[in-house]
Design a protein around this ligand. Structure first.
Ligand SMILES: Nc1ncnc2c1ncn2[C@@H]1O[C@H](COP(=O)(O)OP(=O)(O)OP(=O)(O)O)[C@@H](O)[C@H]1O
Ligand SMILES: [Mg+2]
Length: 180
């Protein structure tokens, strides 16, 4: 066997992203689940080009506080559980703290969000896991997330082409190219 390497973080992020982001509909599912977990009573989904170039999910939920926005895109960062005991009483659709980190690893993400407590909203942009912008923004309560240029158009994953995406739960049946 070859030498065992501890993978750099961005490679680990891409592998994790492959498990969450199998196709554009996986992204829509994760964003809709987040909206529902945030208590939204209304949400809107817009897509272009089957979601590959553009997806937007807008909700009227709790919003994300300015202090929390960076953490929302960190792996294993979640507001939904804290302790081991919490794992036995999951009451939300998500809890891994993985979806936004994974999505942002393989796309360009824009967030517009405001909580009821904040006078100013927040705009946050993150591309290939790299923060591009964090600033004030005027916006209604709730959250809008735009996901652009998913996966193959994204250099971080296309340079690794074919991007191995574990498909089987056992991980035993090899890899597959990302094609949608
Ligand atoms: N639409 C939203 N409205 C309010 N908060 C949100 C929204 N989307 C994400 N968040 C916050 O960002 C955190 C990270 O979201 P993410 O989807 O990555 O993880 P999660 O929902 O906790 O778990 P999972 O990875 O299983 O979906 C959430 O725990 C939540 O606090
Ligand atoms: Mg989630």
């Amino acid at each position: 066997m070859a030498k065992i390497n501890v993978l750099p973080k961005h490679i680990a992020d891409l592998i994790a992203a492959g498990e969450v982001v199998e196709r554009p509909s996986s992204v829509i599912k994760e964003l809709m689940e987040n909206a529902i977990d945030a208590g939204a009573t209304s949400l809107t989904v817009e897509i272009r080009n089957g979601g590959v170039t553009y997806m937007r999910v807008t909700d009227n939920g709790s919003g994300i506080a300015r202090d929390d926005i960076r953490n929302a895109f960190v792996s294993h960062a979640t507001s939904k559980i804290l302790t081991e005991e919490d794992l036995h009483g999951i009451g939300t659709l998500g809890f891994r703290g993985e979806a936004l980190a994974s999505i942002s690893a393989v796309s360009r993400v824009d967030v517009l969000t405001r909580t009821p407590d904040d006078e100013a909203g927040t705009v946050y942009k993150i591309e290939g896991s790299e923060e591009v912008l964090l600033s004030d923004a005027g916006c209604p309560e709730g959250t809008t997330i735009v996901v652009r240029d998913l996966s193959t158009a994204w250099p971080a994953s296309s340079t690794a082409s074919p991007c191995p995406i574990p498909r089987s739960p056992s991980g035993s049946s090899g890899t597959t190219n990302r094609s949608w």
